[in-house]
Design a protein around this ligand. Structure first.
Ligand code: FDA
Length: 394
């Protein structure tokens, strides 16, 4: 005999736990199932163990989705201010960093503990190490068959996340359920992920490994971000590279402005007034990391005095410093990606409740849906907001 619940949620991650607490407070009997040993594993490692749990400024334009309007309803219903209030009610000390990013002062575990406490207060049951063997639609809703028994519920919520970081238990389960019920999918790819370089660029940039500097980085579609870029022994990383990776397609290049808001030729011109014999190398090394300067120009160019720069070299300096174009080889893929772009098509879901239009009682929330946030706490905010939207619908 299958155990009966009003709601079964598969996935004890950010979205699943948030949804469970919300539905429980609505008076629903809720069971959360997960195949992992621990709940909220991605929360625990997020933000270097401090979890960037939301952002002070969350707008629909911070999300990538085939339908840019889809996120509006859930974000309006459960904005970041509500989650901040919840965190503060639980006495968690928080810290605001640049770009409005909010982190735990002590540990990401505080967020997991808070969610588990909320689930406990809401009367939810959470069962881990449950492998889902099959899901079937039935007269009473959905029947979930696991390695530890069968569960029946009128409402089934899929909160199994995306494909990023398989070593943390990411699986394509949610996408398979969507396919089983005839829901279309937007193609998936790794997002918020470092770039790898072609061999010739890798050799050239390897000596820069560890150098970090503020840049403006742009994709071919014109989207750009002002964040820090980090050179690594594999390629390009840091917030700038991760942000633009969401907008990059294989074969495209990215353009980097190494001196945003400081026109290099004007600055060199001013320097030439006071020190005309200064070499290009010494002048640029006052503006940019020396190792970067040595990579961008050849030795002979760097020995030229700044009062002697001809038009061709001036154009090259302008290009190399403000519009440096590089064509990444690939991204590091799901192994290190923070998120998965694509997923269950939003056209298939109600934006108010996350219920599948073709399968009443079946819901998809969090990262499994074709909604991807920028770096900065937006992906967790989507998990909280979509989880609440769904939980309130029960
Ligand atoms: P999530 O992945 O959290 O949960 C899915 C759950 O489903 C897991 O518990 C998993 O075990 C379970 N599951 C999967 N397959 C299953 C199956 N077949 N059967 C049963 N259970 C199954 N975002 C942000 O806003 N700020 C940040 O600081 C970071 N930092 C960060 C760092 C790193 C290293 C990563 C990988 C990701 C981030 N993120 C982030 C992204 C963020 O973690 C992510 O968007 C949310 O966790 C998504 O929440 P979900 O609940 O949708 O999935």
């Amino acid at each position: 005999m299958a155990e009966q619940f009003d709601v079964v949620i598969i996935g004890a991650g950010a979205a699943g736990l948030m949804c469970a607490a919300t539905a429980g407070y609505q008076g629903q009997s809720v069971l959360v199932l997960d195949n992992a040993k621990k709940p909220g594993r991605k929360i625990l490692i997020a933000g270097g163990g401090k979890c960037n749990f939301t952002n002070t400024r969350v707008e629909p334009q911070h999300f990538i989705c085939d339908n840019p309007h889809f996120v509006k309803s859930a974000l309006a219903r459960y904005p970041s201010s509500e989650f901040i209030e919840l965190v503060e009610r639980h006495g968690i000390d928080i810290e605001e960093r640049d770009h409005g990013q909010l982190f735990c002062q002590h540990s990401a575990k505080d967020i997991v503990d808070m969610l588990l406490t909320e689930c406990d207060w809401a009367g939810n049951q959470i069962r881990l190490r449950h492998e889902i063997l099959s899901i079937q639609a039935s007269a009473k809703g959905y029947l979930v068959n696991t390695n530890q028994g069968e569960f029946q519920a009128a409402n089934l919520v899929i909160a199994t996340g995306g494909l990023s970081m398989p070593k943390l238990g990411a699986t394509p389960f949610g996408y398979q359920v969507a396919e089983q019920f005839g829901l279309s999918m937007a193609n998936t790819r790794a997002g918020l992920v470092p770039f790898t370089l072609h061999d010739h660029d890798k050799t050239k940039f390897e000596p820069l490994s560890g150098v970090s500097l503020p840049v403006v980085i742009s994709a071919e579609n014109g989207v750009s971000f002002a964040r820090d870029l980090l050179f690594t022994h594999r390629g390009l990383s840091g917030p700038a590279a991760l942000q633009i990776s969401n907008y990059w397609r294989p074969g495209e290049s990215v353009s980097i402005d190494y001196l945003p808001q400081k026109p290099v030729l004007e600055t060199l011109g001013a320097m030439a007034q006071s020190k005309p014999k200064q070499t290009l190398k010494n002048a640029l090394a006052r503006l940019l990391p020396k190792r970067l300067v040595e990579t961008l120009f050849d030795e002979a160019q760097l020995e030229i005095q700044i009062s002697q720069l001809n038009k061709a070299l001036q154009a090259q300096i302008e290009q190399q410093v403000h519009r440096f174009a590089i064509r990444p080889n690939a991204t590091e893929g799901y192994r290190t990606a923070e998120v998965t772009l694509g997923g269950v098509c939003t056209d298939e879901l109600s934006s108010k409740t996350m219920e599948a239009k073709k399968a009443p009682g079946l819901y998809f929330i969090g990262e499994v849906v074709d909604v991807t946030g920028w770096l900065g706490g937006f992906n967790f905010q989507w998990a909280w907001s979509s989880g609440v939207a769904c939980g309130l619908a029960m």
